[in-house]
Design a protein around this ligand. Structure first.
Ligand code: GDP
Length: 296
């Protein structure tokens, strides 16, 4: 097995046993390992480069106190910078608007979008005592609409009745109207996904956004897809405009790199993470824990 990054940095720097300020040469040696570890953790190359440049600025010249070794000091500086890049405050879903608050879910087919929609609905219902309505806008895949209905029945969350022949923006409007009339606090709009990034999906999402004027637009992205998830986030943010990201399958991702890259590229907060198939397998994003995972 590989040594963890923390151990490697310790190995490189503690051989110096020198006290005083960290020199540029010390820091460069350490940051080569940091960059390698980031790439192994699936962080995008340009993100890794920009990150190590920032750490270098922070680290060169810092005095190594007697209580820590140079290795421990650099690990701490890297950790702090990781947390800063990932977003130091944990951000949750913003419901600060007149009800019904519309939340639009976007993402690729298979990313966990429908499951995540139901997970969020359940979380808002059980933890925040909100009355939630879910609506599927996937008019091309009846199975996706049925899947949301089944999830809703299992979790005792209401879903918008399916009406054949409506277009996604019309369904979005109907959902919001039904939520208003029914006294719902939140309406979750589960838009159609495709297996790859395509124009039609983007156009449709942009139309739904114009029709629904949602308070949150959350991208659901599979953390195991690494660089593809980063490209997806960039494209959706440019074309549709995102307010946040939900990373799924974090339970199967020991590396954590997608989180760092997506945050660095879009500057949009990662609000929640999916950690399993069950409806309660949804957690708040904890930058410090992901930083720890990347550092190993
Ligand atoms: P959609 O096509 O994007 O709506 O994807 P689905 O919601 O149908 O999810 C696809 C599969 O991924 C299902 O089997 C889900 O149970 C599974 N899934 C969703 N989120 C997670 C997660 O966070 N972890 C794991 N392990 N599986 C997940």
């Amino acid at each position: 097995m590989f040594d963890s990054l923390s151990e490697k940095l310790g190995g490189i720097l503690d051989r110096l046993t020198r006290r005083g300020a960290l020199t540029e040469a010390d820091v460069d040696a350490a940051l080569r390992e940091v960059r390698r570890a980031l790439l192994e953790a699936d962080v995008a190359l340009d993100v890794a480069r920009a990150f190590t440049d920032r750490v270098k600025k922070d680290a060169v010249g810092v005095t190594v106190m007697k209580s820590v070794t140079p290795g421990q000091l650099v690990v701490k500086i890297v950790h702090d910078e990781l947390v800063k890049t990932l977003g130091s405050d944990s951000q949750t879903i913003d419901l600060n608007a007149a009800p019904p608050v519309a939340i639009m879910m976007v993402g690729l087919q298979g990313s966990g979008k429908t499951t995540t929609t139901a997970k969020i609905a359940k979380r808002l219902t059980t933890r925040q005592n909100k009355k939630v309505l879910m609506a599927s806008l996937d008019v091309r895949r009846p199975a996706a609409m049925e899947q949301l209905a089944v999830l809703g029945r299992d979790a005792e969350i209401d879903t918008l009745p399916i009406v054949a022949g409506q277009l996604p923006p019309q369904i979005a409007k109907r959902a919001i109207e039904a939520a208003r009339l029914g006294g719902y606090d939140v309406v979750l709009l589960d838009t159609a996904g495709r297996t790859t990034l395509d124009e039609e999906m983007m156009n449709e999402a942009a139309e739904v956004k114009r029709a629904a004027d949602p308070h949150e637009v959350l991208l659901v992205a599979d953390s195991l897809t690494g660089q593809d998830a980063v490209n997806l986030a960039r494209a959706f943010d440019e074309r549709v405009g995102l307010t946040g990201i939900v990373l799924t399958r974090v339970d199967g991702d020991g590396r954590g790199g997608a989180a760092l890259s997506m945050r660095a590229v879009t500057n949009k907060p990662i609000k929640l993470i999916g950690v399993g198939e069950k409806l309660d397998a949804l957690e708040e994003f904890d930058p410090s824990r992901i930083a720890g995972r990347i550092l190993g």
